[in-house]
Write a protein that binds this ligand. Structure first.
Ligand code: SF4
Length: 690
């Protein structure tokens, strides 16, 4: 019998960019069939992506069509935080929000605070229209410090900007130090370059308090105590000087402050640093020998190590190292922490700070939102915070010292709007929840901090449900609040074009989805750093002018291990492999892999407390208490526990997460958070406090 088979329609592939807070900024290809995204893959034509996505984002359709996706605006009907809402129309929600914000602004617009971070890294859906709106309003400014502020400031003060090696040349390095990074979990495409270098004979050394999946695969793992990286860097300098593994010509011609740094480093013998870092002397001397005698040698620094009191100084010290040996001379030598400073972003055109006019609103640091929400009006602080507009962030889960953050968000007199995909911990405290589009549903444009390509994201599907783009919501609010400036009429494609102006060919972005920046292979082979002196600034006049030490030093943690007998363990809270900050925690297939909130603890520390793997334990300090499951594991060194994050509080064993324990104290540079500078005690659940 003859049978006619119809050829199935082929899906359309739409080019996009991964929006998540990850250095890799992958190029996506979304397959769309009958208006529905059926698959998200890596674009094989984009060299840094090479056709591969991480597990998290390859499940992006599961997240987009998640049964709990917010599909319509919701208005609170119960007490704050109870999570009781009823559907409302967009018009009703926007009219009421505009009226409430207008009423507050009439008293003092600085009582309104935007709260956002890298829920999307897209330049348009993050601050593209939002910054214009809040500038025009005269709202408080937000210091967006929660991740990378100390390390970023360190790079600016030392190298002149967030600049460094081109990532692709790590594949040619003969020595790679992976410093404070679990690359396999959070910088996957870099790890592929490392594997290539390893195959070609490179030695790879991981420096991290935790024995991560990355450390497992390196030739050596140096498990220093949290917050001691600066001491290690100084001792490495000591050994480079003592053995004369120095590039004297590079030091003389391309650095500033060498004599002062030399004198400081000579006080840091390997023995002294070994004691501070809690590692053998041999590891320091051998690391110095490797770094001093191998060419080309490259450092992949990441932001984990700067989340401690002295994180800025430590990042400055590590960033100085390549100039001592002249590692920058080779394209496969030097350092990469962030490449974002290479991009010719026209921030002023996008954010329009000119809309402030002569007004100079106060700045709220997002790290201290817990304290700040609980402050009364005062001459020093300014007006009490009366309204929060949260987008691209989940502060109730991710901000430190949760008890205070929750108390602040629970204020009945606080008006809170949350733009979100899901009912996060923060959304539970909203007065209005507005359903936001995902990356598959809107235009955006991206720079990267782990490579040097600009990426364009085209919408692949129509907004799901009644979801609206962040830009559209701010445009609608602007119209209701009487903001008539022409910039509020810019559509998203116009905003994409505005981000880089003529500095990046937009036609190429439309055509290929990405465009490479024209940069030299070895940007600092002959100096030319973008600092005021044009040199790598060991000594920073700019820091000295602010009253800080112009020369980097090791600064001990706020909470030094061993300094408080009540809390004898140092806790760090690195991301669980299948989560990205607090994103993806509600994707069932990823949560199934992670299981439950885990605390990794060494066999020694577990035995001393009668703890076995799988036991429920209570982790506590003076700020709070958190229940989780113990994993007795070689991933934790003695004296340090690893609380894997960042779980949503409401999915935790007792409605908390690790941030119940972290503090709102700040870093030395950049006013950043100190998530990994945190002492705790751990006991089996049910044990009374000692
Ligand atoms: S999270 Fe990182 S590795 Fe995963 S797809 Fe996005 S950019 Fe790529």
């Amino acid at each position: 019998m003859n049978k006619t088979f119809e050829r199935a329609p082929a899906p359309t592939a739409v080019r996009g960019a991964c929006p998540h807070d990850c250095p890799d900024t992958c190029a996506l290809l979304t397959s769309v069939l009958d208006g529905r995204a059926v698959r998200v893959q890596g674009n094989p034509e984009h060299p840094p992506t090479d056709g591969v996505l991480c597990t998290k984002v390859s499940r992006y359709t599961e997240r987009t069509y998640h049964p709990e996706r917010l599909l319509q605006p919701l208005k609170r009907v119960g007490p704050k935080g109870a999570g009781r809402f009823e559907p409302v129309s967009w018009n009703e929600a926007l009219d009421d929000i505009a009226a409430r914000l207008n009423a507050i602004a009439a008293r003092n617009p600085e009582a309104i605070v935007p709260y956002s971070y890298a829920g999307t890294m897209g330049l348009v859906q993050s601050e593209g229209m939002a910054a214009r709106f809040f500038h025009r309003l005269g709202a408080s400014l937000l210091d967006r410090t929660i991740c990378a502020a100390a390390g970023g400031e360190a790079l600016v003060q030392t190298l002149g900007g967030k600049v460094g090696m081109k990532v692709e040349f790590f594949a040619e390095s003969k020595l790679i130090l992976i410093w404070g990074s679990n690359s396999i979990a959070s910088n996957l495409h870099f790890w592929r370059l490392v594997q290539q270098a390893k195959r070609d004979g490179a030695r790879v050394i991981c420096i991290d308090p935790r024995r991560t999946e990355t450390a497992d695969k390196c030739h050596e793992h140096i498990a220093l105590l949290p917050g001691t990286d600066g001491a290690l860097a100084l001792a490495l300098m000591h050994e480079l000087i003592r053995n004369d593994w120095l590039d004297h010509d590079y030091l003389a011609n391309h650095t500033l402050g060498w004599e002062q740094l030399r004198a400081r480093a000579l006080a840091w013998t390997p023995e002294r640093a070994a004691q501070v870092c809690g590692i053998p002397v041999r590891q320091i001397t051998e690391l110095a020998r490797d770094f001093g005698t191998t060419r080309p040698a490259a450092i992949r620094l990441n932001y984990g190590m700067q989340r401690v009191h002295g994180g800025g100084n430590a990042a400055r010290l590590v960033a100085c190292l390549p100039a001592l040996t002249g590692a920058w001379r080779h394209r496969a030598g030097g350092l990469l922490l962030s490449s974002s400073g290479h991009f010719p972003l026209d921030r002023a055109a996008l954010h329009r700070p000119d809309l402030l006019g002569t007004r100079r609103p106060r700045t709220i640091n997002m790290v201290t939102i817990g304290d700040d929400l609980l402050r009364a009006s005062s001459p020093a602080f300014g007006p009490k915070i009366e309204a929060l507009v949260v987008y691209n962030s989940n502060p109730v889960a991710v901000a430190p010292e949760s008890a205070k953050v929750v108390r602040g968000f629970a204020r009945e007199d606080l008006f809170t709007v949350v733009m979100e995909h899901f009912r996060t911990d923060t959304a539970d405290y909203a007065d209005y929840i507005l359903p936001a589009t995902t990356q598959l549903e809107h235009w955006d444009i991206h720079l990267a901090y782990g490579h040097t390509d600009v990426l364009l994201n085209r919408p692949a599907i129509a907004p799901v449900g009644q979801a609206r783009t962040n830009t559209d919501v701010f445009r609608a609010l602007a119209a209701r609040m009487g903001f008539t400036e022409a910039c509020f009429a810019d559509d998203d494609e116009t905003l994409c074009r505005t981000a880089f102006g003529h500095a990046v060919p937009f036609d190429e972005l439309l055509d290929k989805g990405f465009a490479r920046l024209p940069l030299p292979d070895a940007p600092f082979a002959n100096g030319g750093f973008p600092t005021p002196s044009g040199r790598c600034e060991f000594f920073s006049e700019r820091l000295a002018a602010t009253g800080l030490d112009g020369l980097p030093d090791h600064l001990p943690n706020h909470e030094v291990p061993g300094s408080d007998a009540r809390f004898p363990l140092a806790m760090i809270s690195p991301p669980a492999r299948n989560f990205l900050n607090s994103t993806f925690v509600n994707v069932q297939s990823l949560r199934d892999i992670e299981g439950e909130p885990l605390l990794e603890i060494s066999a020694t520390d577990a035995a001393a407390r009668g703890i076995a793997s799988g036991d429920v334990v209570r982790v506590f300090n003076a700020r709070g208490s958190h229940l989780c499951k113990a994993s007795v594991s070689p991933r934790a060194r003695a004296g340090v526990v690893n609380g894997l994050g960042i779980w949503w509080r409401k999915l935790g064993l007792d409605g908390t997460n690790v941030n119940e324990l972290t503090s709102q104290r700040l870093t030395d540079l950049g006013r950043g958070p100190v998530f990994y500078d945190c002492l705790v005690q751990v006991v089996p659940h049910g044990t009374a406090d000692a």
